[in-house]
Design a protein around this ligand. Structure first.
Ligand SMILES: Nc1ncnc2c1ncn2[C@@H]1O[C@H](COP(=O)(O)OP(=O)(O)OP(=O)(O)O)[C@@H](O)[C@H]1O
Length: 244
């Protein structure tokens, strides 16, 4: 169980509060769709939950282990358990899919590993196994710059898992993908939650959130105004969070 208490995030020298004391809980195996109007704070919340941005205030615990107390960013040990997937995954276009997976993501893996590129042979096997599971074995030696959007996103998911992610925060992970690739990526994330006990929170258009997620958070003006499990939103709920 992840417990978020009074999460606040201020920017511009603490003069502008973007997240206003969010308190919530989520658990392993959940896939949560984050919806809401533009500028409501979705990306900011995802970055905070994935320990990429320091919290201005609040407490964060996982299974009763305190990760953040009164603000801050948490330790590298926990950061490596979280992955942050961007719209456009930041892969090195000159390196192969395999190498990108092995080296890891900024924030999730240590800089030494990324600078030296040093890997052990069992890391190599683990990465190839994971690429195979995602149907990317034939792309392992292709440079990331030559992969399609959906393939790049799946390489990024693979990379997150190889480096031990239990929690994936995804910021509009399928924007710009064709419907089939989008389904493929979201199906992959759904499967990780249902069958591997991973936790995913993803900013998504409402139609996709309703189709793929077990729970929906409506974020408006830095607050979770709606929290619905196991069903679609009603018209009046959609209206209440400015979606229609
Ligand atoms: N570092 C920053 N400096 C100044 N303002 C910021 C910063 N980070 C976020 N904001 C502001 O916080 C608000 C929330 O931004 P955020 O990107 O989290 O919203 P969002 O819901 O993801 O929007 P969108 O759906 O358009 O991507 C916006 O008004 C944004 O301008």
């Amino acid at each position: 169980m992840m417990n978020v208490e009074r999460l606040t995030l201020s920017v511009e020298g603490n003069t502008k509060e973007v997240l206003h004391g969010i308190t919530t809980q989520f658990k392993q195996g959940e896939m949560i769709g984050l919806v809401g109007p533009s500028g409501g704070g979705k990306s900011t919340l995802l970055r905070c939950l994935a320990l990429r941005d320091p919290w201005t205030g609040g407490d964060y615990s996982w299974d009763d282990k305190k990760i953040i107390s009164g603000g801050g960013k948490g330790s590298q040990k926990y950061r490596s358990k979280c992955a942050y997937l961007e719209q456009n995954p930041s892969l090195n276009p000159e390196k192969t899919a395999l190498k990108n997976v092995l080296i890891g993501q900024v924030g999730q893996t240590s800089w030494i590993r990324r600078v030296t590129g040093m890997v052990r042979s069992d890391d190599y096997m683990g990465a190839m196994d994971e690429l195979e599971k995602f149907g990317l074995l034939d792309k392992a030696h292709v440079k990331a710059g030559k992969l399609s959007g959906g393939e790049r996103q799946r390489v990024a998911i693979c990379r997150a898992l190889v480096h031990g992610a239990d929690f994936i925060a995804a910021d509009e992970p399928v924007i710009g993908l064709d419907p089939k690739s989008a389904e493929n990526v979201l199906g992959t994330l759904q499967d990780l939650c249902k069958n591997k006990g991973k936790t995913v929170i993803a900013a998504l258009p409402i139609e996709l959130a309703e189709r793929f997620c077990s729970r929906i958070w409506g974020l408006v003006d830095g607050k979770i105004e709606l929290d619905v499990t196991g069903r679609r939103l009603t018209e009046s709920e959609k209206r209440s969070i400015d979606l229609i």
